[in-house]
Design a protein around this ligand. Structure first.
Ligand code: NAD
Length: 407
């Protein structure tokens, strides 16, 4: 299947296996998740009818610790995607040096079609369907696309009721009042900013002259843009599924988001040029930050990418065939498992705080996040140089070695 996420994840693993001479047995074990649970669960709709929804929980590898990974609510959720994302979580936790393994979940549902009460019932019923295989020391879910802190709170509450005790450490990304961590909401964007700053240092770039093109306007993209601007970077684009806005002097984030809220999209916003997502990816910018969905840089458009650096805030935005083209062009791409690991790192901090009954300040959280992600970046950068491969392979080599050692 073309651009099938799980085939992509497997071919990346095979490639790294040959770079690090991984033995066949270990490779076989890592090629597929340990467990993929598929559930079909009924949910009562507001009009009295019952819908049967399909959900998944994939657990790839737990050699380093309990499975960890988000839950996605989207009509596009499918088995291949969930399996791929759980494998990527194994590498992500390993790169970030967290004592956690790789998991991922999802429900095939369009949240835009649900009332708040229906959304709550979907969240609770999904947890009822999977609760036996999750737990604070077994598998700890978190938010992902179209799932929110409120949804995490419902899920934590449902799980606590099922097991008969308060269990905040069952899930991360909760609202602060329900045991969430300071800094979790913006953690993915914040982590990617620390990565960007380290990349600028390592490559000796002039921060004030960089033009940064961001694809996306959701949680990850929004905070990345806000924090990049706070840190003095020039972000020239923003986009959603219908298209985006380009302004070479920098986009006005609050204004453009307000416009989208009122009008449903960026169409018609006049302080900047309207661009399609295809144009955005091929823009003459220095750093491209795909922060929306997977498979947007492919072998078809990779030859036209003009940015010299790519920071993968989204999961799987570049296909394996595109990797080779980008690498040949001398483009450095910081892979998703490293670039967006701020989210899981602060999730880990939340889990630690819940288990210890503590609540850290935002300064403490960000200080620890910066230390962890900067160290991970340095290790991956060094591995890339040492093995003379692209940064994805350098990062994967580091991660797979750690997981295999634990196995
Ligand atoms: P989100 O639901 O908040 O935002 C998704 C964004 O993608 C929206 O702006 C939407 O308009 C845009 N989009 C949807 N379809 C598109 C299309 N066809 N073309 C262009 N844009 C499109 O989700 P998010 O949490 O911001 O996640 C975005 C990406 O970052 C995902 O790949 C996710 O796995 C990854 N990620 C997020 C986090 C996190 O903490 N939020 C952590 C790690 C990785």
């Amino acid at each position: 299947m073309k651009n099938d996420p799980f085939s992509n994840a497997q071919s990346q693993l095979k490639e790294v296996a040959s770079i690090i001479n991984l033995d066949e047995e270990k490779l076989n074990q890592l090629m597929n998740p340990y467990r993929l649970l598929t559930v079909r669960f009924p949910v009562k709709m507001d009009d009295g009818t019952t819908k049967v929804l399909t959900g998944f929980r994939s657990q790839h590898n737990n050699a380093l610790g309990p499975y960890k990974g988000g839950i996605r609510f989207s009509p596009e959720v499918n088995e291949s995607e969930v399996k791929a994302l759980s494998m990527w979580m194994s590498w992500k936790c390993a790169v970030a040096d967290l004592p956690l393994g790789g998991g991922k979940g999802g429900v095939i549902i369009d949240t835009k079609e649900l009332s708040e009460a229906e959304l709550e019932r979907v969240s609770r019923e999904y947890i009822k369907a999977i609760y036996e295989i999750i737990g604070p020391d077994k598998d700890v879910p978190a938010p992902d696309m179209y799932t929110t802190p409120q949804i995490m709170a419902w899920m934590a509450d449902e799980y606590s009721q099922l097991v008969g005790k308060d269990s905040p450490a069952i899930i991360t990304g909760k609202p602060i009042e329900a045991g969430g961590s300071e800094g979790r909401t913006e953690a993915t964007g914040q982590g990617a900013i620390y990565v960007l700053e380290r990349l600028v240092e390592k490559e000796g770039l002039d921060k004030s002259r960089l033009r940064i093109a961001v694809q996306g306007a959701g949680n990850a993209a929004y905070y990345f843009i806000q924090l990049a601007q706070d840190a003095g970077f020039n972000v020239v684009t923003i986009s959603d599924s219908k298209g985006g806005i380009y302004n070479e002097d920098g986009i006005n984030l609050e204004e453009v988001m307000e416009y989208k809220k009122e009008n449903g999209s960026f169409k018609g916003y006049n302080r900047g040029k309207e661009i399609s997502n295809e144009e955005l990816l091929e823009l003459d910018a220095d750093v491209l930050v795909p922060a929306a969905i997977e498979n947007v840089v492919t072998k078809e458009n990779a030859p036209n990418v003009k940015a010299k650096y790519i920071i993968e805030v989204a999961n799987g935005p570049v296909t394996p065939e595109a990797d080779n083209i980008l690498h040949e062009k001398g483009i450095i791409f910081v892979p998703d498992v490293l670039a967006n690991s701020g989210g899981v790192t602060v999730s880990y901090f939340e889990w630690l705080q819940n288990k210890a009954g503590e609540h850290w300040t935002k300064e403490e959280v960000n200080k620890k996040l910066k230390e962890k992600i900067t160290k991970a970046f340095d290790d991956a950068y060094e591995s890339m140089k040492e093995l003379d491969v692209d940064m994805r392979m350098g990062t994967y080599a580091l991660a797979v070695r750690k997981v295999v050692k634990a196995m």
